[in-house]
Write a protein that binds this ligand. Structure first.
Ligand SMILES: O=C[C@H](O)[C@@H](O)CC(=O)C(=O)O
Ligand SMILES: [Zn+2]
Length: 275
């Protein structure tokens, strides 16, 4: 498990592209027949990727967690960004099509990730500390609370699906869903925003292998960018904007944890204010 300590916005001006990428970009979450994980000290979230190809994979615990099971003191949201498969939680099996979401409540002990056929599943896991147990629940791709955002004329028309949230599948901390760009629209989350009460991570997917997303980060008046490929994740501290433009259309998993779960508690930044 790779550990990422927190970065203060004061440090940003001195960081090179490589420094920024090491601190905020997770490039290698998925590797065939492995479970990989990154522990961020920002709200103590864990990002993990499970890619079962030649057989099912079990979710291990990690020494850094000092826990008998990964979910001993945590909850998680799992989204399948690959081919069809299933996740088994303590003997109960859930079929996860591409884009479907499984919430896993605190206390789950044995998780197994499987692919159905020749198109391997890829499970993205976003986990946060949890103080109580909410029921493990499946949400099908395209379900949840749906919001239509943006406009074709500003190249930011997109459909946002909220899966784990205050008015949907309940959790202690996690707010999670998927946003899909409409054909011909390339911008996400522009106008941009911050939410000082929550960190957020974006996992870009369904981006063609040769395409990239130019992801904007940093304080609104001190922005930087990361060039991001398919199935890579960006960690956004609470002080940072998180917005991107693709060279091709794409989707992304967004997931937050922190002080509150109020999706609309965000501070919008006018495009003319960005620097
Ligand atoms: O705080 C909310 C998150 O940044 C995302 O939900 C935003 C998003 O998916 C979008 O505008 O497309
Ligand atoms: Zn946000």
């Amino acid at each position: 498990m790779h550990v990422l300590y927190s970065t203060s916005p004061d440090q940003i001006p001195a960081l090179t592209s490589d420094d920024l990428r090491r601190r905020f970009l997770v490039e290698d979450l998925f590797a065939d027949d492995q479970v990989r994980a990154v522990y961020s000290h920002g709200d103590r979230v864990v990002l993990a990727g499970a890619a079962p190809v030649n057989g099912p994979l079990s979710l291990p615990t990690f020494p850094e967690l000092r826990a008998d099971h990964f979910f001993e003191r945590r909850e998680g949201g799992i989204i399948n960004v690959g081919g069809p498969g299933s996740v088994t939680v303590d003997g109960e099996s859930y079929a996860l099509a591409h884009g479907s979401c499984l919430y896993v409540g605190r206390g789950a002990q044995d998780l197994e990730f499987a692919s159905d056929g020749t198109d391997p599943a890829r499970y993205y896991i976003f986990s946060a500390p949890a103080h109580t147990t909410f029921p493990t629940t499946l949400v099908e791709a395209g379900a949840g609370t749906v919001r239509e955002l943006g406009d074709q004329s500003t190249s930011n028309r997109r459909t946002l699906n909220q899966y784990i949230h205050e008015n949907g599948v309940r959790s202690c901390q996690i707010v999670m869903g998927v946003t899909t760009l409409h054909s011909g629209s390339m911008w996400n989350t522009m106008p941009a925003h911050t939410h000082d009460r929550r960190m957020e991570a974006y996992l870009y997917f369904d981006l063609p292998e040769e395409a990239r997303v130019v992801h904007l980060m940093g304080e609104p008046t001190e922005t930087r960018h990361l060039i991001v490929g398919n199935q890579q994740a960006v960690i956004s501290p609470s002080w940072s904007i998180h917005s991107g433009v693709g060279s091709a259309s794409y989707s992304f998993v967004w997931a937050m944890a922190g002080e509150n779960q109020s999706f609309d508690d965000m501070d919008h930044v006018a495009i003319t204010e960005l620097r």
